[in-house]
Design a protein. Sequence first.
Length: 150
Amino acid sequence: MADFVPADFDVPRELVTPRFRLEPLGPEHNAPDYAAWTSSIDHIRETPGFVGSSWPPVDGMSLDGNLGDLQRHADDFAGRRGFTYTVIETDGDVIGCLYIYPSRKNPGATDVRSWVRADRAELDLELYEAVSDWLAKRWPFTNVDYAPRA
């Protein structure tokens, strides 16, 4: 299997905008990440890229189960197999997540999905635009599948 990113690619550790920042998602984000997505399950499942997906689970999951997911994402990041970032508002609240992974459906493509909490829905387009620009300028991908926002 080909590497997801070139061996000499310096993976960005953050994206900073006036309203939020992205940093690698890890176990240290467990409680605020859990609170963010469990408060917004229906909203996330209606977000472009998540419609028809099994995540987030309708019935949620335990905090320990979430911790396992966050550890898996951190391991993927460390192994350069995929890159998941938490979205943190300027006041420090976790308000969403960004996933950058090889596409399972389209070899050679990069699958990008993001969500924000229901109470921060107005930031969805801003996140999409900032991430789209960041991917185009900073990342080595040429074929990105990131569901557009209206």
